[in-house]
Design a protein. Sequence first.
Lengths: 335, 255
Amino acid sequence: MTDKRLRHGTIVAGLLVAIVVPLFLSDYYQYEASEIAVLAILVLSLVLITGFVGQISFCQYSFAAIGAFTVGSLVGGHHWSFWLALVVAVAFSAVVGILVGIPALRLSGLFLAILTVAVALFFDRFLLAPGTWDSFSGGLEPWKIGRPSFVGIGLEGPYAYYAFALAAFVVVAWLVWNLRIGKTGRVLRAIRGSEIAASMIGIDVTLWKLAAFGLSAGLAGLAGGLLAADVGAVSPPSFDFLHSVTIAALATVMGVESIGGAAVGAFALIGIPEILSHTPISPDYFQLIVGVALIVQLVFAPQGAIVKMTEDVKRLIGRSTTDDPPAVTKELAKV
Amino acid sequence: MSLLEVDGVSVRFGGVRALSNVTFHVNRGEIFGLVGPNGAGKTTLFNAVTGVVRPTTGRICFDEQEIGHLKPHKRARLGIGRTFQNLQLFGAMTVLENLMLPVDAFARRGIVSDAFRLPTASFEERRASERARATLHLLHLDGIDDQRANDLPVGMQRRVELARALCLRPKLLLLDEPASGLDARETAELAEALPRIRERFGTTMLLVDHDMALVMRVCDHITVLDFGEVICSGPPEVVQKDERVIRAYLGEEVA
């Protein structure tokens, strides 16, 4: 049971750091920390669809945009309760995710990647274009959203919202982990392995793939809604297509099957540009760094950096586990 | 009473006739052999029965029900199990996980009970792993539960795939060249295992293989396909002596 102890130890240590360290940081860094926690949920949505089912997606930010704009228009434009709006946002993104999943059913690899790029560009150039949402919001743009309060506790302060976002990430990570170790994870991995073989033992591949698309998009929508309340406003440029590519690349670098990788990936997404801004190198080089990291990872650690590190540590303490790189990484390598 | 009825089934891929007007009935409890040279259409026939390809014409009935319009996973749930000529195990998963999947497919619990670890989830989990272990035991595969499927030798993988199909508790089991890649000892074990499986579960089997000794030994009835057509059908002793069969296998004499 070394595996389990190691995992539990890492989780406890990580949580302690995540809870304590931001206490001593300035408001600005606490705000960035809450963005990391929310983005980690967005990366988890990729873990679900790409890590478990092996379906590449370059449109997670589009689903997040649906969440953010739903929350934005309902709270900012129509004065709904944030929580109710968040539920609607998750449901709405999930429905759109299923709709995107329908044409994706017959696609995989490069063609699926192209489809999701098309979806993302459609959102970028049409749905998120200036003016599209004016009629629905009564001309208010961008919407202003106040921080909500949670069972009477106000989340206005930057640390309070960070703690809330972190708790949301922990809960979502726990749910995703449960799916992974249960029947759902097994069925989804089987579908990734061979759709024909899966259907021959009675698995409804279509249903499960659509469910995975819906679930993943719903999680992305949740991240989008939380991001809207975090930033306090919703504007299209925050959901640019390029963000989706970056986050997919980072998730792959860290290991797209790994929940811990999701947390580290989200940290890198905010942390690296922040660190760069304190050096002579411009934060604009972030994309370049991610690109180089992706190439290095695909060559030297196709299973993902965090997954490889975990394996190395396990080997060091005398338990060897070898895993094939996930199918997705192989497909990405082909692309 | 027949369990599987294939009536006038033809499958065409573009201009190629993979199967033409194939008719045969498999009786309950029978081990039914399907043989023929390479390219005779045996795998296509399996694909038609399991729903991977749709016949151009013809009817397929299973358990007194027309199944031609059903999707593959529905047919599996009706009780049609299958193994593959080119192994289709989930290689990155453990043997136990592979075998639990057919039980998972039937389980009513889903995403919600998994996500929140509801009691039904652990109950079904136990049920699936119990059936998986029992099936492994039946095929003398104890002790490999936690090994990754890809790490096993081919002969073992074939048996695991057979075990996985059995975890579906199928009424009809389609075996596509189960002896290919097996050595003589493993083939002998297979020949001994198939009747044992039938005895235990009452499984009807449709067996395709090139190992004629195996087919002759275990099958009650044999149908021979050549170029997509049935050229002979009957008990092993009869088929063995049929002239058309000998010609199909050895080629015609050049006059």
